[in-house]
Design a protein around this ligand. Structure first.
Ligand SMILES: Cc1ncc(COP(=O)(O)O)c(C=O)c1O
Length: 453
């Protein structure tokens, strides 16, 4: 069949990648080391062992280009991978563009997003080490759902601290977590000292990912049988997600195409890293390809944050990482893309952004919902509010190309579906979603509290 007649590109199961791609092997400037929050000295594996599996710690610092995906994980991946790459014919028509727009659909995973790509290996490596229980935080609930399922599949207990505003907006995420056997409570909670402190400081706090991380880390530190797991930001999480971009490359090859522009939404950075990092070697080899991270104007970490050492959580329990940050005490407004409300960006993406190998744009909430609605009405899938940021930017790139009279090949990551985000869509359809843009003064205030290094 000719390329322009195809609606989806399906990679056969036996061509699913058997290795994750580790960009640390190819980065022109290596990452600065993470720092121990107490001593401010470079982290050692011993600093991380109280909460992370040894294999994951090794992946965090590895510079091996390819890391093998364990067979047990590949077997579970096969339930939903390789995921399809769709050609957005109807969206192209609606935009009256000559650009070819493709989207990689990660919503086909049983939990509805890319998050299972990292939940499965994280739980697997913990199980191999005899860990019985895992704590985590979740924003929109996608990561908590993925971790609950992965824990069930490997026979571990899951304890999820869910950001309060999302817990209230997305009650069915909690139902799914519980259905899979996980426990889910709103954060801040009274179960931990960090949670109690956050409530004392602001009884009406909507919660933040940073507070939820503090709670989950504190919980994990308090028990020997328990480790902590993070759904984004860290190098090993980005590594696991690279299966996405590697599949995209094979799928593009199957239709004899190659992207000019690759787009992903960016919260902590894992789905953007997943689709974009496998293209870094092409970019370094001189291919003209743009990698664009899209964030909310209400939480513009890459576009308006500072490249500095900061904590990953609100109270300073986690290591300090060199990343673009809005400050660990920053409370983003309660926008509907709960998974993009995080003060920091993955150190890998931050370094690559600093080195101008990736780009970033910030978009406002109503623009993203408009893009989501157009996408749903043309391509039929209801996108997650987070993923809608990528749709917005992909549409903007196609419209820009039209104005310039050029044709581009645009690929974006549709990181998840939005069938459990209908509360948010209702608000948008009722005209009740706000456009919140962070002011320079607010950012300066929040950055005052960066740790001194
Ligand atoms: C569907 C979806 N996309 C994107 C994100 C943002 O996370 P990340 O930047 O790690 O991909 C989330 C986070 O919850 C999500 O649920």
């Amino acid at each position: 069949m000719r390329r322009d007649e195809l609606s989806k590109v399906i990679l056969p199961e036996d061509r699913m990648p058997k290795f994750w791609y580790n960009v640390q092997a190819d980065m022109p400037n290596p990452l600065e080391p993470g720092l121990n929050p107490q001593t401010h000295k470079p982290l050692t594996p011993a600093d991380l062992e109280p909460i992370f599996a040894r294999e994951l710690i090794a992946q965090e610092v590895s510079t091996e280009r390819f890391i093998e995906i364990p067979k047990a994980v590949r077997q579970l991946y096969k339930q939903f991978r390789p995921s399809p790459l769709f050609r957005a014919h109807n969206l192209e028509k609606a935009l009256d563009t000559t650009c070819r727009i493709y989207y990689k659909y990660e919503g086909v995973s049983p939990v509805g997003s890319h998050k299972l790509n990292s939940a499965l290996p994280q739980v697997y490596f913990n199980k191999m080490q005899g860990i019985k229980r895992i704590t985590t935080e979740t924003g929109a609930g996608q990561w908590g759902t993925a971790l609950s399922l992965a824990c069930k599949q490997f026979g571990l207990e899951a304890m999820v601290y869910m950001v309060k505003v999302s817990y209230q907006q997305k009650p069915y995420r909690r139902s799914i977590m519980e259905l899979y056997g996980g426990s889910c409570i709103p954060s801040p909670s009274t179960l931990t000292a960090s949670g109690r402190r956050a409530i004392e400081e602001n009884p009406d706090t909507p919660g933040t990912l940073a507070i939820a991380i503090s709670e989950a880390v504190e919980d994990a530190l308090s028990r020997d049988d328990t480790n902590y797991s993070l759904g984004s930001v860290l190098n090993h999480v980005c590594l696991h997600q690279t299966i996405i971009g590697q599949e995209v490359k094979l799928q593009m090859e199957m239709v004899d195409d190659f992207p000019d522009i690759v787009v992903g939404c960016c919260g902590g950075g894992s789905n953007m890293a997943g689709i974009a990092l496998p293209f870094i070697p092409d970019k370094l080899a001189g291919k003209k390809i743009r990698l664009v991270a899209v964030e909310p104007a209400a939480c513009p970490t890459l576009t308006k944050g500072k490249f500095a050492y900061d904590y990953g959580d609100s109270v300073g329990l986690t290591p300090m990482l060199k990343m673009y940050t809005l400050g660990h005490g920053f409370t983003p407004s309660g926008i509907h893309a709960g998974g993009l409300r995080y003060h920091g960006a993955s150190p890998l993406l931050s370094q690559l952004y600093h080195d101008a190998l990736i780009e970033a744009v910030a978009v406002k909430q109503n623009q993203t919902f408009e893009a989501a609605m157009l996408f749903a009405r043309t391509e039929s899938i209801v996108p997650a509010p987070e993923s809608s940021h990528a749709i917005r930017a992909a549409i903007d790139e196609a419209l820009k190309a039209k104005e310039e009279g050029v044709s581009k090949t645009i690929v974006f990551n549709l990181s998840g579906h939005g069938q459990l985000d209908l509360f948010s869509y209702d608000k948008f359809l009722a005209g009740q979603t706000e456009d919140i843009e962070l002011s320079k003064e607010e950012i300066e205030e929040s950055l005052k509290y960066l740790p001194e290094v």
